[in-house]
Design a protein around this ligand. Structure first.
Ligand code: NAD
Ligand code: LMR
Length: 329
């Protein structure tokens, strides 16, 4: 059977995450080994030449699933008919830049891109924002796309989720396959809260099994929350292959569903669950099925967890208020 190709738009396609991402999309890891794809590479004018080089390499792989590649600096063309959009390109923080400056610079990117998605994307568009500050950039894009259902805009905390699984597996002396039901709450920033109180290690409650508060507070939580900074320090550049891998995981899980007895973490528009103010884009535990997700309900939240979720959510509220003040949402 010949399937209709899925249009996948990648912004920041010439950057380091783009380079790690595009070959895996084209080889079927994003959507499945039987799903052909058209790639739309959206860059700024200065990035077009490098994107053309990447496109030449994509051609040279002769990927059976890759139908065509469009390279453009025009958001209307880049998002035309897009079914999946990975918003990776963002304005990085540079020396002397305050948080407000960073939010304003990114508003100048994610506002117009949200509008271009609103006006040009396919009706079933799914958006993942990777570019930082990812949650608030996703909020800006979502608010500029009033005709697209809000739940189609998501922000990436899957990298944090995967990092937390790896750290927990190491501590427990098991493989990552034995870890289930881990949750990242809040913002993709150092305030995020990786929660092991509902997680399972080979079917046993992780927090009870590990029973080591010093490790939890002094090692696990800060290691996961500050991992991005540790990688920048070690590599001299932010995580790229692991970020691209997490983007692949995020969309693959969204489209194909979570495994029975497990869940994942996604930054999504809050419906007010767990006391997270409705409307902000915060990370929650979610299950996915048939291209839709649902927040896992009814988890008991201890005082320890509550304080950490609240702190990260407070940061998101501050970011929302700052971009509202700048007129970006
Ligand atoms: P990079 O600087 O290597 O590449 C960014 C690319 O985006 C560049 O090619 C640039 O030309 C392009 N770009 C800038 N503005 C654009 C626009 N308006 N439209 C289209 N393209 C645009 O950066 P990178 O290492 O690929 O990282 C990209 C972003 O992802 C950064 O914001 C980084 O902080 C973020 N990140 C997020 C996570 C996460 O877990 N959410 C993890 C790692 C990195
Ligand atoms: C990461 O978590 O690796 C990145 O978000 C870090 C960064 O600031 O780019």
């Amino acid at each position: 059977m010949t399937r209709t190709p899925v249009n996948v738009t990648v912004t920041g396609a010439a950057g380091q995450i783009g380079y790690a991402l595009l070959f895996r999309i084209a080889s079927g890891h994003l959507l499945g080994a039987d799903v052909p794809v058209n790639l739309r590479l959206l860059e700024i004018p200065q990035g077009l030449k490098a994107a053309e080089g990447t496109a030449m390499e994509l051609d040279d792989c002769a990927f059976p699933l890759l139908r065509n590649i469009t390279i453009t600096a025009d958001p209307a063309e880049g998002f035309n008919g897009a079914n999946v959009a990975l918003l990776v390109g963002a304005r990085p923080r540079t020396a002397g830049m305050e948080r407000g400056d960073l939010l304003a610079a990114n508003g100048g990117i994610f506002g117009p891109q949200g509008k271009a998605i609103n006006d040009n994307a396919a009706d079933d568009i799914k958006v993942l924002v990777v570019g930082n500050p990812a949650n608030t950039n996703a909020l800006i894009a979502q608010r500029n796309a009033p005709d697209v259902p809000a739940e189609r805009f998501t922000a990436m905390t899957r990298l944090d989720h995967n990092r937390a699984i790896a750290q927990l597996a190491k501590k427990a002396g098991v493989t990552v396959n034995d870890i289930k039901k881990l949750t990242i709450w809040g913002n993709h920033s150092a305030t995020q809260y990786p929660d092991i109180f509902h997680a399972e290690v080979a079917g046993k409650n992780a927090a009870e099994l590990i029973a080591d508060q010093n490790w939890l507070e002094g090692d696990f939580i800060p290691t996961v929350a500050k991992r991005g900074a540790a990688i920048i320090d070690a590599r001299g550049a932010s995580s790229a292959a692991s970020a691209a891998n997490a983007a692949i995981d995020h969309v693959h899980t969204w489209v194909n569903g979570t495994a029975e007895g497990d869940w994942t973490s996604m930054g999504i528009v809050s419906d007010g669950s767990y006391g997270v103010p409705a409307g902000i884009i915060s990370s929650f535990p979610v299950t996915t099925k048939d291209g839709k997700f649902e927040i896992v309900q009814g988890l008991e939240i201890s005082d320890f967890s509550r304080a950490r979720i609240d702190a990260s959510v407070a940061e998101l509220v501050e970011e929302r208020d700052a971009v509202a003040e700048l007129g970006l949402i």
